[in-house]
Structures are given as C-alpha cells and as structure tokens.
Design a protein around this ligand. Structure first.
Ligand code: ZN
Length: 148
C-alpha cells in the first residue's frame, strides 16, 4: 500500500469496482458506473449476490453487522453502528447483513449469536466480536484490528 497506487473499492449502490486515488478518498468520490457517491456516511444493506464484491474484491476493509429485526440488542445498537460509519469512512466501509433475510450468509460465517460484528480486510476475516457495543467501542475495536 502506498499513496500513489489507486485503491480498488466497491460501490455500495451498484457493487461495481472503482479505482480511486487514495488522496481523493476524502473528497466525496463518485461511482464511475452509477454516479452515486461512493461514501454515504451510513451503513448499507449487504446481501449474498454482492457480498464477495464488497468483502473480497474491494480493497477497502469492510465491517459487517450481522443482525435481525426481531433482536432487541441489534436494534438498539443500530444508531451506534450508523455513527461509527460516519467516523470510520473512508478508511473502512460499514454494512449490515439481516440474518433472517440472508440465512446463507449467516451460515457461511457461522453466526451463532447476534449482533455479531465481523471485520474483513484483504478478502479475509480478521476479527469478530459478539454482543451490543457503543459507537466508541466499535470505532476503537475496528481501528485496533486494522493496525498493521
Ligand atoms: Zn455504483
């Protein structure tokens, strides 16, 4: 990784890959295909068809909140996760997987309790933690696990 090589990152709207120079990450870059903004300051809903585009093909680390609408702690953690997206972008993308709507993803990652946060970097899982946590804890945990 260096400042000159563009970063290949996925679009949260259309899942197509974009090459963005690192120094332009904070300048509200837009998708070359759908022209939407590549960073929205909020988590996006992630589903099976585009999961690997965001978790593996994109060079941007991805933090996924595995949750379900019936899970009280999940719902109460949602504002903290949304606030963490604002704090962590554009160094990290945040997404949510509804385990009830996406049982195959929950099974693939062996999600036994929710909410569970799973951090992906370089196409593989680098950390996970279960249980509802606050915004500061999410941000600190993600940063600590991405430190080289
Ligand atoms: Zn797009």
């Amino acid at each position: 990784m260096n400042a000159v090589t563009p970063l290949v990152l996925s679009c949260p709207h259309c899942a197509s890959m974009n090459r963005v120079p690192r120094e332009r990450l904070a300048q509200a870059p837009r998708c070359g295909r759908c022209h939407e903004t590549l960073f929205t300051g909020a988590p996006f809903a992630l589903a099976a068809p585009t999961f690997d585009a965001h978790a593996s093909r994109s060079e941007l680390p991805l933090l996924v909140d595995f949750w379900a609408p019936w899970c009280g702690p999940c719902v109460s953690m949602a504002p903290a996760f949304a606030a963490a997206a604002k704090a962590l972008e554009p160094h990290l993308r945040l997404a949510k997987v509804d385990t009830e709507a996406e049982p195959a993803l929950a099974a693939r990652f062996d999600i036994r309790s929710i909410p569970t946060l799973v951090l992906f970097a370089g196409g593989r899982e680098v950390a996970r933690q279960s249980g509802a946590v606050g915004m500061q804890q999410i941000v600190q945990w993600a940063r600590a696990n991405l430190r080289p």
